[in-house]
Design a protein around this ligand. Structure first.
Ligand code: ZN
Length: 320
């Protein structure tokens, strides 16, 4: 078993970014974007050696016996639903993926907007998964253990009520040790490499891993995302194609790792909708799915995050 550097990250790291996230709610959205774009532009030239690919992240876990059915790599699709407008678009994504034969998970923020029980049921009835994406969407979860524990009680209530086994922190801020308090099977708040996040230290692996709180404590599976977030790519970097997704996917496939992507329905523009200032065409996501299907037909294991967590737990138990 291994744990990630992120679990014990120095809270003073990435000081500038953390300050930005603290004052963010006070800044108008367009100005936030302007500032974040500046941060990204400035950082880009200094991180090319670790982004989008960190060559060191390829090490296979001890006793690795490969993915189910001898597949070359694994594919996990996830969506974080940030606001009510994203909630309204979940059915569009569900329809797109279903039509193409994919399944994914949708993570909702329980106390930021109304999360429809009908939508959650429809998703699960159709073979999709629902997860909990914090409680509110602010950057204050890890400011003190007391704050976190108070929120954890409510997050656990939602996990139980919604019959979910997965969690993702808002803004990818994380403390892997603290979230042992959550009653979940897996967390997916980390990444192999993403220097543009406020807590920017990556886990340095394109494989899941177990987080172990000690002999008397629970364990859970950590699923780092390994493809660049859509918001970073299309809104902050203003990319007009999916070349970076393709490049990273090809590399993960070659190395036999887990391709885990996060996209946000909030930022996707579907047919006929007027494009908002922080949206990109949903066609980019469709093109990514088509690329996987065409180039890697029969070569990947497409798993829901909860199935990935189950597989990983079994693998680590069997190989212990
Ligand atoms: Zn989010």
């Amino acid at each position: 078993m291994r744990s990630a550097p992120c679990a014990f990250v120095d809270p003073m790291l990435n000081y500038q970014n953390r300050i930005f996230y603290l004052i963010k709610p006070l800044i108008p959205r367009r100005l936030q974007l302007f500032l974040r774009r500046k941060i990204v532009q400035r950082k880009l030239s200094t991180v090319k050696h670790i982004w989008p690919i960190d060559e060191k992240a390829v090490q296979r876990p001890e006793g690795w016996a490969g993915w189910p059915d001898g597949k070359r790599f694994a594919l996990v699709l996830t969506h974080d639903v940030e606001l009510a407008r994203g909630h309204e678009r979940c059915r569009d994504i569900m329809a797109l993926e279903k039509q193409m034969g994919f399944r994914s998970s949708f993570n909702f923020v329980p106390e930021r907007y109304d999360v429809s029980a009908e939508l959650r049921n429809e998703l699960t009835r159709n073979g999709f998964e629902v997860g909990v994406h914090g409680l509110y969407h602010d950057g204050k979860y890890y400011t003190s253990k007391k704050v976190f524990q108070k929120r954890a009680v409510k997050i656990n209530q939602y996990l139980q009520e919604w019959e979910c086994v997965g969690f993702r922190s808002p803004s990818m801020l994380c403390n892997l040790e603290w979230i042992l308090d959550l009653n979940m099977e897996y967390d997916s708040s980390t990444f192999d490499t993403d220097p543009f996040e406020p807590q920017s230290e990556g886990t340095g692996t394109i494989f899941p891993f177990i987080v172990n709180g000690g002999p008397s404590r629970k364990t859970y599976v950590e699923l780092p995302y390994t493809l660049v977030q859509d918001f970073t790519l299309f809104i902050l970097m203003k990319e007009k194609n999916i070349d970076i997704w393709k490049k990273k996917l090809d590399w993960i496939a070659e190395k036999g790792g887990m391709a885990l992507i996060i996209t946000h329905p909030d930022y996707m523009r579907f047919n006929g909708e007027k494009q908002g200032f922080e949206e990109y065409p949903a066609g980019y996501y469709r093109a990514f799915l088509e690329y996987i299907q065409e180039r890697y037909a029969g070569q990947y294991w497409q798993a829901l995050p909860r199935d990935m967590a189950g597989f990983w737990r079994k693998f680590t138990t069997d190989s212990a």
